[in-house]
Design a protein around this ligand. Structure first.
Ligand SMILES: Nc1ncnc2c1ncn2[C@@H]1O[C@H](COP(=O)(O)OP(=O)(O)O)[C@@H](O)[C@H]1O
Ligand SMILES: [Mg+2]
Length: 447
């Protein structure tokens, strides 16, 4: 872990340090560092100017009183690397570090709490039950006595009938599809429970049939939507699709994602929703270390890198303080008013926008990051960007498939460059297009 002082200042230049706390990440971190260098920012700050440096957070012994040199850390390790998590926690408490995401929230909130909380706010989470595990660890000395006294025998078939088929059995704290099964009848439910071992499971009513699966990926106040196909092979699940939702649906998904993220103190999270009969049901939204690899995001990858750059630079430049607690009351106060769903969601999103400083952030981007779009567009056409894609492919695919998949993913990134160039050209013709977009959204929100 780095040892020097907080903000290093020489003459009129203040350097904000952004730390990348990484695991197996390769591609986004390399692209992030490359683009940050190419941006070559010098943001005026009174008489001074603010510049930015990114470096990688190391794992090593640390003195709890040892200052950290980072202003912002983008963390990808908290959910499993405890040394890094505890270093981050001490750095937030003792050194005023700003971290994406809140490590305490990430540590303590599983799917289960997020379902409960969003049900309480009135989001249409499908009916969900928790069932005690089939087995307990043999070394839990008190388990036999506790279970003998208090565990009630239950009829799994009755629970199944109450929820209705089809349903999903999935770990209450799960991720990455581990232990998830679709269940169509009582026999399958009993069989899945027999196999579930020591895991505490949820049974959740299936949203079935659904006609659209969307992942809403929030980074700060920015929400990017991607159409998703859970049945496709891993590298093709994110689809390249346009106009798959209308303006109102976009707003619902965006408001839902921001509500969830602000509620839990997450600034980088992916929220999965399924649409059935025109209603979006959120089914998985405790993903606060979401996929950030070009090998799954492909076309969407540059959007994500760009959104991460914007938000982390904003947080570092403004020294935005980290929220010290989650403060759920404003959300519950809105819930109590029993407003119609759309108005209620809009009100929750209002709290989120306030917490995420959306307006100030947008002004900051317009003022200081207006060249970002062009820099990113150029970068992803360079041999270096291709090399970065190849490095990630090499880490995941067998040697004989490296060339094919490098071309595949880099090709999709080039397709992004084509659509992005068109978007930027249209914006140049109509410089107020962004303004008009915002107005349109506001009109939709009011209706
Ligand atoms: N209630 C549900 N209705 C329909 N499909 C579901 C439901 N819950 C889970 N699934 C399917 O199972 C997959 C994995 O479940 P999910 O809750 O996303 O777990 P994980 O956290 O492991 O991604 C989802 O992407 C979706 O395809
Ligand atoms: Mg999921």
């Amino acid at each position: 872990m780095a040892k020097s002082s907080g903000v290093s200042s020489s003459g009129n230049t203040i350097t904000r340090q952004i730390g990348l706390s990484l695991g197996a990440d390769i591609c986004w971190a390399a692209a992030y560092e490359d683009i940050l260098k190419r941006l070559d920012l010098a943001i005026p700050h009174g008489k001074d100017e603010i510049r930015f440096e990114a470096s990688r957070v190391t794992i090593e012994p640390f003195d709890l009183k040892q200052p950290v040199r980072y202003d912002v850390v983008i963390d990808r390790l908290t959910h499993w690397m405890h040394t890094s998590r505890e270093w981050i926690k001490k750095a937030v408490v003792m050194d005023g570090l700003y971290v994406l995401n809140n490590p305490w929230s990430l540590q303590s909130m599983e799917k289960h709490t997020t379902y409960a909380a969003m049900m309480k706010l009135g989001l249409p989470v499908p009916d969900t039950w928790m069932i005690p595990p089939k087995q307990y660890a043999p070394d839990l000395a008190d388990a036999p006595a506790t279970l003998g006294r208090y565990a009630r025998l239950f009829d799994l078939g009755k629970v199944g009938a109450e929820i209705g088929y089809p349903m999903f059995m999935k770990p209450y704290d799960g991720g990455a599809w581990v232990g998830v099964s679709r269940i169509d009848n009582e026999a399958a439910l009993r069989a899945a429970y027999e196999k579930s071992g020591q895991r505490v499971m949820h049974l959740q009513k299936a949203v079935s049939p659904f006609d659209l699966f969307v992942r809403a990926i929030g980074i700060g106040p920015q929400v990017h939507l991607a159409k998703y196909n859970p049945d496709a092979p891993l590298h093709a699940r994110y689809e390249v699709a346009f106009n798959f939702v209308d303006g109102e649906e976009y707003q619902i998904l965006s408001d839902m994602c921001l509500t969830i993220n602000a509620f839990f103190g997450w600034e980088f999270n992916s929220c999965e929703s399924l649409r059935k009969d025109g209603v979006f049901y959120p089914i998985d939204f405790a993903n606060a270390c979401p996929d950030f690899q070009v090998t799954s995001l492909h076309y969407h990858f540059p959007f994500m890198v760009k959104n991460m750059l914007r938000w982390s630079i904003y947080c570092a430049a403004t020294k935005r303080p980290m929220r010290q607690n989650l403060d759920w009351q404003p959300f519950f106060d809105i819930a109590k008013k029993e407003l119609p769903y759309r108005e209620r969601l809009h009100a929750y999103a209002g709290v989120a926008h306030e917490r995420m400083e959306t307006k100030r952030f947008e002004e900051f981007c317009q003022q200081h990051l207006s060249h970002l779009d062009d820099v990113v567009l150029d970068y992803f056409g360079t041999p270096r960007a291709k090399e970065v894609v190849e490095q990630k492919v090499r880490a995941l695919f067998p040697a004989h498939e490296v060339e094919k998949f490098t071309e595949h993913f880099y090709g999709l990134v080039q397709f992004w460059r084509k659509t992005e160039a068109e978007r930027l050209a249209a914006k140049r013709v109509k410089p107020d297009a962004r303004q008009q977009e915002t107005t349109k959204i506001k009109l939709v929100r009011k209706s």
